[in-house]
Design a protein around this ligand. Structure first.
Ligand SMILES: [Zn+2]
Length: 92
């Protein structure tokens, strides 16, 4: 069974303050996240292995963006997102 069957997927945005490495401007950027929320019950057709995997799985989100554009109008360079954890586990 595909692990994705354990989750309900949705998208969300979260503002995170990032510093541009070129001009050092710090601004909040809305980053896009894919949210995988664990389903309340094991999907139909699951076998023993799926059951074990499902028991260990937890809701989490994955960062979709890898670059942002600087908000300083005199800079506006795109830079890599670094220092942001690209996956985060969610409280149930
Ligand atoms: Zn900049």
């Amino acid at each position: 069974m595909d692990e994705r069957a354990f989750y309900t997927e949705s998208k969300t945005t979260k503002a995170i303050t990032l510093q541009c490495p070129y001009c050092r401007t710090s601004e909040p950027h809305e980053l896009q996240w894919l949210v995988r929320k664990k389903k309340p019950q094991l999907p139909r057709g699951a076998d023993e292995r799926d059951r074990a995997k499902f028991a260990k799985s937890a809701s989490y989100m994955v960062l979709l963006d890898d670059k942002v554009a600087c908000k300083n109008l005199r800079c506006r360079k795109r830079f890599d997102i670094s220092g942001v954890k690209t996956t985060a586990f969610l409280a149930e």
